[in-house]
Write a protein that binds this ligand. Structure first.
Ligand code: UGY
Ligand code: MN
Length: 268
């Protein structure tokens, strides 16, 4: 004790009294990249301009270049005042979810002209001329993939999460909504899943479908293969086919995540 210096007093209280957050540590990140899954936390996002986009930045989180090959692209986009998105390549269908701000969607020829706000979304079939623009700025989540079902069967879709019915899920307590039609004309769906603190998945899932997940509210533990990740809103996850997956919502606020799931890929 005689060597104890009060200069070190903060060392004892650090973390408890000062509210130190680990993400402030130089070089520290919770992001992880494994053979069959990835966790991409906000401090790892890299924003860049893209050909065809104006007054906009994107952060690609998941793409077919991921490890064993994702069958979709997941990206975040920030449109500035007067910003606009480029057209996806030929054969690529697109789903856009508004995280904040206001997005204007038009689909030619005069099929649709919609103003979307937070928690609203649109689906644009492949090879459909459209515009995504914002006068005052918008934050977006996009999923894109090469449509594997013959074109012409899919239709433009739009809506709000709260308008979608809650679907029963046997043996589970979370609330499930699906944002796209559950028909064989669509080769993926986007689920919105809500958990109260303390609720968790009953099934410790292993399945052939892939996932791209964005946690938009709350915090908890995500189990992926043999790893257990503390996660919080803003975190994104890639899950390859057959990766063991399980979530428990913790903390004081409900959890919500938005989840891409390919639906009609031939499991064989
Ligand atoms: O539908 C699903 O596969 C979903 N329950 N998976 C998940 O939440 N990881
Ligand atoms: Mn799953």
């Amino acid at each position: 004790l005689e060597h104890f210096s009060w200069d070190y007093a903060p060392v004892l209280s650090r973390g408890r009294d000062e509210g130190i957050t680990f993400s402030d540590l130089p070089g520290y990140s919770r992001s992880a990249y494994e053979r069959d899954h990835a966790l991409i936390t906000p401090e790892s996002r890299v924003w860049a301009g893209q050909v065809g986009w104006t007054r906009a930045l994107t952060a690609h989180l998941i793409s077919p270049t991921t490890a064993t090959g994702a069958n979709f692209v997941m990206l975040l986009a920030k449109l500035g005042n007067g910003g606009s998105a480029g057209q996806p390549p030929k054969g690529i269908e697109r789903f856009v979810f508004v995280l904040d701000g206001v997005l204007n969607v038009t689909v030619a020829p005069a099929q649709a002209a919609e103003e979307l706000h937070a928690d609203q979304y649109a689906y644009i079939p492949a090879d459909t001329q459209h515009t995504l623009t914002s006068d005052s700025g918008a934050g977006l989540l996009l999923f894109e993939r090469r449509c594997i079902i013959p074109g012409g069967k899919q239709e433009f879709q739009s809506g709000a999460v709260a308008e979608r019915p809650i679907l029963p899920v046997d043996g589970e307590v979370f609330l499930l909504r699906k944002l796209l039609p559950q028909t064989a004309d669509y080769d993926f769906n986007v689920h919105v899943m809500d958990f109260q603190p303390g609720e968790y998945l009953n099934v410790k899932e292993v399945h052939y479908n892939q996932h791209g997940l964005l946690l938009v509210q709350g915090q908890g533990i995500y189990r992926l293969a043999d790893k257990w990740y503390p996660v919080q809103s803003g975190d994104a996850i890639w899950m390859a086919p057959y990766v063991l997956q399980w979530y428990a919502a913790l903390g004081n606020t409900p959890s919500r995540y938005i989840l891409f799931k390919d639906t009609t890929q031939d499991p064989g």
